[in-house]
Design a binder for this molecule. Structure first.
Ligand code: ZN
Length: 250
């Protein structure tokens, strides 16, 4: 067989007989290591709980658990762990009860094998997005809030007050982000888990998603009968997050 000279599927550099060049393979290894090293810090941020509750399914039963204060960090942690498990499967590892950190370290050492796969480009791009999201989460840009993800590239969207007021902002990938749409997707994801809490707790959670809703406003909606509490917690009415979101947009 004659080795054909083609361009690296990622950077275009000359390669002989491989899909991805040596430099990009080394870069993947660095990214996997970076994810493994910084994931514990993300876990710490994501573990801080607020008193807004969500349904959580574990081993077939449904329990109620508090939603983390930092919804963005929590979702990112879930998505990196899921990525690590997929990579572990791609490498044929036995992954029961193995930490994502360990899987990512193994992946860092076996980057050559990963970059020899047909889905090498996808594996690389997902690692790149995860690294980017993780770095921003650990050093959040000043005066910006994470409102959700770009539909096109999967990166987190961090909005300034001006962006929120404008309702639109550009993503680094070139897509124009409709802020309301991204926020609605975020609310929908949380609503699917049955997120619920007192007016004060929901107000705090929504502010963290870039939605400025005062506790008093929610209480006023209740007085006007626009929204109905679904229960009580320490004598205070508890509302569904989705009901608050719907009332806000009526
Ligand atoms: Zn994008």
């Amino acid at each position: 067989m004659v080795a054909t000279i083609v361009g690296c599927a990622l950077c275009g550099a000359e390669t002989v007989g491989t899909l991805v060049c040596g430099k990009c393979t080394v870069e993947l290894s660095h990214m996997m290591h970076h994810l493994a090293v910084r994931l514990p810090d993300l876990r710490q941020i994501a573990a801080k709980k607020a008193s807004v509750m969500v349904r959580e399914s574990s081993h077939g039963s449904r329990t109620v658990a508090p939603v983390p204060v930092n919804v963005g960090a929590w979702q990112l942690q879930q998505s990196i762990v899921e990525y690590a498990v997929q990579i572990g499967k791609a490498l044929g590892l036995y992954i029961v009860r193995v930490h994502a950190e360990s899987l990512l370290e193994v992946a860092a050492r076996r980057s050559q094998r990963l970059m020899g796969r047909n889905d090498a480009v996808q594996i690389y791009k997902l690692a790149e997005t995860a690294v980017h999201r993780l770095d921003r989460q650990l050093e959040p840009p000043a005066e910006r809030v994470l409102i959700g993800q770009c539909d096109h590239c999967g990166n987190d969207i961090w909005s300034s007050e001006d962006d929120l007021a404008a309702g639109w902002q550009p993503c680094a990938c070139g897509t124009t982000i409709n802020i309301h749409q991204v926020q609605e997707q975020q609310m929908f994801r949380l609503a699917l888990s049955g997120a619920q809490g007192t007016a004060a707790d929901l107000s705090k959670l929504l502010k963290g998603c870039g939605l400025d809703i005062e506790r008093k406003t929610i209480s006023k909606w209740k007085e006007r009968d626009w929204i109905k509490p679904i229960g009580k917690q320490d004598g205070k009415p508890v509302y569904r997050l989705w009901d608050v979101w719907r009332t806000l947009n009526r």
